[in-house]
Design a protein around this ligand. Structure first.
Ligand SMILES: N[C@@H](CCC(=O)N[C@@H](CS)C(=O)NCC(=O)O)C(=O)O
Length: 197
């Protein structure tokens, strides 16, 4: 049985949602970021982590990629051009969505107070709007990579949800409607209402 270490309102949700989509049962240890509990699994105190038997894996994207490859779901097979294109989108989302939101979070609460520069958030919001427009333009099918749901869909929707929580400008109607549809998926709802064990 897998254990996802990390609160539901964290990048841990990505892993939980993916496991739900795959129909795999798991436990959740809802450790908060930087807590002593989180440090038992990652000395840096970062979440999420995934416990798989004797192995502890970290980083939400690395974990999702591991799970996708291991179970042959929600990913194109490794070593194929389709996978390279999927990974390119994954890394683009990390660079142009996650990194922008994380930078804003750092200057809101994560950095020591004396190092925060709240003024940078206006620039980050403008960058996010440009990234969201690029993603919206690219969306041409039920999922970002076409007919099949893959890891980038989970990443993108999680970041869009995060942007709402962070008070960022709304994404356009096309992307917003798509994200709303993704949030209606039973697996998304199951991850949201998962009771920590
Ligand atoms: N790239 C990592 C980032 C992990 C991360 O920064 N998680 C946040 C919570 S969502 C955290 O633990 N922050 C605490 C810190 O950075 O000290 C991932 O995707 O898992």
């Amino acid at each position: 049985m897998y254990t996802v270490v990390g609160a539901t309102k964290s990048r841990g949700f990505r892993v939980m949602w993916m496991l739900e989509e795959m129909g795999i049962t798991y436990d959740q240890n809802p450790a908060a970021a930087r807590s002593d509990e989180a440090k038992k699994f990652n000395p840096l105190g970062k979440i999420p982590a995934l416990v798989d038997g004797n192995d502890v894996l970290t980083d939400s994207t690395a974990i999702m990629t591991y799970l996708g490859d291991k179970h042959g779901q929600l990913t194109a097979p490794a070593g194929t051009p389709a996978r390279a294109r999927q990974d390119a989108l994954t890394f683009w989302l990390i660079d142009e969505f996650d990194a922008i939101l994380w930078a804003a979070a750092k200057h809101t609460f994560a950095l020591p107070e004396a190092e925060r520069m709240p003024a940078v958030k206006d620039s980050l919001k403008a960058e996010f709007v440009r990234s969201a427009a690029v993603l919206s333009e690219r969306l041409d099918g039920p999922f970002l990579m076409g007919d099949q749901m893959t890891i980038p869909d989970i990443l993108a929707v999680h970041c869009i949800n995060w942007s709402i929580g962070a008070g960022f400008p709304s994404v356009d109607k096309k992307l917003g409607t798509w994200a709303k549809g993704m949030r209606e998926r039973p697996a998304f709802k199951a991850a949201q209402t998962k009771e920590a064990t």
